[in-house]
Design a protein around this ligand. Sequence first.
Ligand code: SAM
Length: 210
Amino acid sequence: MLVYVEGLYKPFKPIKRMVKAYFKGLVLEVLDGVYVPREDTELLAETLDVKNVNVLDVGTGSGALALFAAKTARHVTGVDIDPQAVVCATKNAELNGVTNVTFVESDLFERVRGRFDVIAFNPPYLPVTDAWESRTWNGGANGRETIERFAKGLGEHLAPKGHALVLVSSLTGLEETKKLFVDRGFHVAVAREKKIMWETLYVLRIVHKD
Ligand SMILES: C[S@@+](CC[C@H](N)C(=O)[O-])C[C@H]1O[C@@H](n2cnc3c(N)ncnc32)[C@H](O)[C@@H]1O
């Protein structure tokens, strides 16, 4: 269950909004411009099974998924292209007393080293024609631009027996998105789905083909 409380992040000019989100037992302070956890975050969290494994959370935003995963994982690395998100997630780790997590500014896998048992990604997945739209949801003209780049880098960072969980929407194109991974030698299945207002959300479970 998500609950939001809005507050002011800085009392004097420039005034910035800070949203307090309650997410699965975590209290998160979400800085202006950083993605506030929503149904998609929640659906992905509910699909995570990360007991005593190493996890990579790509596009970590407020750190919601990374900090939730850290409750049972051995260690979690969270990356985001947005430096403000990395500041926000790091602060949220402190606020919640989570120590088995590291946040790094990175364009997808650019600054990621090694392989992970579980890789989670709630990407910008909406088709958007205006390049100035927020990169928290801007998936480019077809909604799949960032996911396609992620698919290209995944093989190098997913452990041989590991799996990736990627959130997409019916607006992203389910079959077209699956094909991005299948074409790169992965097996893909829908692990979970949920119909919301005008779209259906899917969590894709992606593994290396044998
Ligand atoms: C839909 S939000 C998800 C945030 C958070 N994981 C959640 O579920 O609440 C997408 C996130 O991906 C980040 N992002 C967008 N493009 C990225 C890229 N190329 N590399 C890393 N992160 C990226 C955005 O800054 C944003 O924080």
